[in-house]
Ligand binder design. Structure first.
Ligand code: SF4
Ligand code: SF4
Length: 336
């Protein structure tokens, strides 16, 4: 097998559980078939972190679910990461825990004491069915007492940027009313305690439930290298041969609550068990990653993403359709 590109995780991601009160319309977590209450224990995560460091991985992140629901887990893993000189990435949060102000203050204080300075990736989607903008505001205003807000980011996942901006305006208004003067600019939310970077993107279509096409932006597939596929006529950038799991890619090794290790942190990784590469309760991380590096499907994803994998599996017909994201194509290929 010509294994020109190797699976190259950039770090390790922990899903302490998939529990989440967000209820987002476009959520990619298949809540119909996972146990959202299952929890990864912090001791196993800390051990995997040490093994990751020994393999030359230097960063980690929390995913979910809503990671701030597992405060003890976060504090213990952050403390271990600090002992190992590993860098935590900003954890995502939908800010639902702002409904429990004492819990949130205690979590922030303990995270700060454990050396956490990464900030948070605040999700501010119109589609959060159950988290009001006022909770997002409360989370940020509380966080300003413990962390540097310029390390924060706010991400809005909605094909309609106007809808996202209207929601951000509500957040900024509520923050001002809570005593932190704030306003929404073109690329940043300006607050009296520093500016927070804004990001807007269209959602990936979940494969576990049906939603109207009108909520998504669809892309062509261009069977060419990444970088060659810039939009030519204002249409969305096509999906190209981007080696998502390779050395220039975006792949992490993602640890599920049950200890399963998945080869990536992409949107589709929960849609196919073919991306499970082992279990940290059964064998060392190094053995798991070493085996994944010899897996032809993982190597194809490292070489040219799902476009390359489709070609390798004789599924090129799938490239004639449109997808919302490369990870949706990936799910189509792996589940064909
Ligand atoms: S906040 Fe995230 S994990 Fe929770 S429902 Fe929304 S998209 Fe899913
Ligand atoms: S395309 Fe597939 S392997 Fe690549 S990031 Fe998405 S789900 Fe992961």
């Amino acid at each position: 097998m010509d294994n020109r590109a190797e699976y190259t995780p950039k770090g390790i991601a922990f899903a302490p559980s998939y529990e989440c009160p967000g209820g987002c319309l476009h959520c990619n977590i298949p809540f119909d078939r996972i146990d959202a209450k299952a929890e990864l224990d912090a001791g196993s995560a800390a051990r995997a972190l040490r093994e990751a460091k020994a393999m030359g991985l230097h960063s980690f992140q929390f995913v979910g679910g809503e990671p701030t629901l597992r405060g003890d887990f976060m504090v213990e893993v952050v403390a271990e990461g600090r002992r190992l000189s590993m860098k935590p990435h900003r954890p995502p949060t939908n800010c639902a825990t702002a409904a429990r102000p004492e819990y949130l203050r205690d979590l922030f204080a303990r995270l700060k004491q454990a050396g956490f300075t990464a900030g948070f990736r605040v999700s501010c989607d119109e589609f959060h069915g159950r988290v009001p903008p006022e909770s997002v505001a409360g989370f940020i205003v509380t966080a300003a007492d413990y962390f540097d807000l310029t390390r924060f980011a706010i991400g809005c996942c909605d094909k309609d940027e106007g809808r996202s901006r209207a929601r951000l305006e509500r957040v900024a208004r509520a923050m001002s009313e809570m005593g932190l003067e704030s306003r929404v600019g073109a690329a940043k939310m300006e607050t009296a305690r520093g500016s927070i970077k804004l990001g807007f993107w269209a959602p990936t279509r979940p494969t576990w439930k049906s939603l109207p096409d009108s909520e998504f932006v669809f892309r062509d597939v261009a069977d060419e290298d990444a970088g060659a596929g810039a939009p030519r006529d204002g249409s969305p950038a096509p999906i190209t041969r981007f080696g998502c799991l390779g050395p220039l890619g975006v792949g992490y090794v993602w640890i599920d609550p049950d200890g399963n290790a998945r080869a990536c942190c992409g949107n589709a990784n929960l849609f196919s068990n073919k991306l499970i590469i082992g279990n940290i309760h059964a064998e060392p991380l190094a053995a798991i990653i070493d085996r994944a590096r010899r897996d032809p499907a993982i190597s194809a994803l490292a070489e040219g993403g799902p476009v390359a994998l489709a070609a390798q599996m004789g599924l090129s017909a799938l490239l004639d359709r449109k997808y919302t994201h490369r990870c949706e194509l990936c799910a189509a290929v792996l589940n064909a």
